[in-house]
Design a binder for this molecule. Structure first.
Ligand code: FE
Ligand code: FE
Ligand code: MG
Length: 169
């Protein structure tokens, strides 16, 4: 049956929306995995505070993936079915942890959040006045990504300052 919900989308092709949302969907799964592995391998001073934050962010990224999949289905699309597609379709690079030190891990994670902010602000600009439902979704996710960056940056500052103060002693 034709969806009334799709008839309110103006000035943007539904197929394009589905494609863009699938790209963001790939990003969210990779972000989820990145946090999930970082939380396990991270080492060093004050790592417990970092682990708590990384675990919370992993949960958030998985929730974002679920929201996006639901929207793709509402639009009549199919969320990516094969994880092999995640690397081909993602907007943001997967930041493979090469240095497990807590400061380096936080820097990798901050890079990921900054890319997510760029991606969702572009999606918000693109959907504003065209698809209110997707606009609302990407705005909610964008607010989470901004919060993620701030949480990680604040933690990065605290840990860096603590290390500096230890060195001065
Ligand atoms: Fe996310
Ligand atoms: Fe995030
Ligand atoms: Mg947080």
């Amino acid at each position: 049956m034709v969806r009334k919900g799709n008839s309110i989308i103006k000035g943007i092709a539904v197929e394009e929306l589905i494609d863009l949302l699938n790209r963001a969907y790939a990003d969210e799964w990779l972000a989820y995995y990145q946090y999930s592995i970082e939380e396990k391998v991270v080492k060093g001073i004050m790592k417990d505070a970092a682990i708590a934050e990384l675990q919370q962010h992993a949960t958030d990224e998985l929730r974002h993936a679920d929201w996006i999949a639901q929207r793709i289905l509402q639009l009549g699309g199919t969320p990516l079915l094969n994880p092999k597609e995640w690397f081909d379709r993602c907007n943001c690079d997967y930041e493979e942890p090469s240095n497990f030190d807590v400061v380096a891990i936080l820097e990798d994670a901050i890079k990921g959040e900054q890319c997510a902010i760029t991606t969702y602000s572009k999606l918000a600009e693109l959907t504003r006045d065209k698809d209110i439902v997707t606009y609302d979704l990407v705005s909610r996710i964008l607010a989470d990504e901004v919060e993620h960056e701030e949480d990680l940056a604040a933690l990065h500052e605290d840990i860096s300052e603590f290390i500096q103060s230890m060195k001065r002693r």
